[in-house]
Design a protein around this ligand. Structure first.
Ligand code: FE
Ligand code: FE
Ligand code: ZN
Length: 276
């Protein structure tokens, strides 16, 4: 079965997202762990998480995916910004343990002039401070488009981070199809090669989740503009190959296309039809 969901608003809680997902034929979803601009987090409601856990079991949900605020920068040159990233990541991971065995993804960050190596050092240091042997959440590094001084625009950079994290078994990768295509990995014409590169560099077993997006910008453009499924430069045919690829087809897919909930429902229906 195709495990697929989309990004949903967390403002009404987990159970609400779970029911919304079911209403559009999804069996998972992604949500921001807090306001995407960062800052404060709502207190976890035990009643709400219990309802979501029951719903997830009843309807065979794939792992849920919490997304850190995209403004978070674990490798900023400014120690106060790094301190904030430390606070957000550790607090989010603590809260996610109320919903055990799910995923948490974050953008590695931007090194802004310090160089990728220095950025990678800071990210590794932070991860080694916050990961706990007893945690059940798997933390995913997201593949980035490589715009500006973003870290994580290449599999090599992600591999350098993962290779130096002590609790590497708590870590994985979330591959964003829009981002990797923009970064210069040709998932349209050379999907097998791209996955082979991923495997050589990182290990395919580290690939835990896919952000399934079309792209508004050309191949290798180093931009980050998502398009609806079939309306971008990746195109429906390549996306259908991605969801059916033997190395990917059992992973959970999360749509982050520019859509309202009903638009996501249409995409999910289409993709379920195309899943062989
Ligand atoms: Fe993201
Ligand atoms: Fe993404
Ligand atoms: Zn993006």
């Amino acid at each position: 079965m195709l495990n697929i969901g989309c990004h949903l608003s967390a403002s009404k809680g987990y159970e609400h997202m779970g029911r919304e997902a079911l209403s559009i034929g999804a069996n998972t979803f992604q949500f921001f762990t807090r306001n995407p601009r960062g800052s404060s987090v709502k207190k976890v409601s035990e009643k709400d998480v219990a309802a979501m856990i029951a719903l997830g079991q009843e309807h065979h949900f794939a792992p849920l995916l919490g997304h850190a605020p995209y403004t978070l920068n674990a490798c900023s040159a400014d120690p106060r910004i790094r301190e904030f990233a430390h606070m957000v990541l550790s607090e989010d991971l603590r809260n996610l343990e109320y919903l055990p065995n799910n995923f948490y993804t974050f953008h590695p960050g931007s090194h802004v002039g310090q160089g990728a190596e220095a950025g990678i050092d800071l990210i590794v240091r932070l991860l080694n401070q916050i990961l706990r042997p007893e945690q059940t959440t798997t933390v995913l590094l997201e593949t980035m488009s490589g715009k500006g001084s973003e870290v994580g625009g290449s599999f090599d950079e992600l591999s350098l981070i993962l290779g130096r994290v002590n609790l590497t078994e708590k870590m994985g990768v979330c591959l964003d199809t829009c981002h990797v295509y923009s970064a210069g990995y040709n998932v349209v014409n050379e999907l097998d090669d791209v996955l082979e590169q991923f495997n050589k560099c990182i290990g395919i077993e580290k690939l835990k989740a896919i952000h399934l997006n079309d792209s508004m910008t050309p191949y290798a453009s180093k931009k980050d503009r998502h398009a609806r499924i079939g309306e971008g430069t990746i195109g429906l045919e390549a996306i259908v190959k991605i969801i059916n690829h033997p190395q990917l087809r059992n992973l959970p897919f999360y749509l982050e296309t520019p859509n309202e909930v009903s638009g996501y429902g249409k995409e999910i229906r289409l993709l379920r039809e195309k899943y062989t």
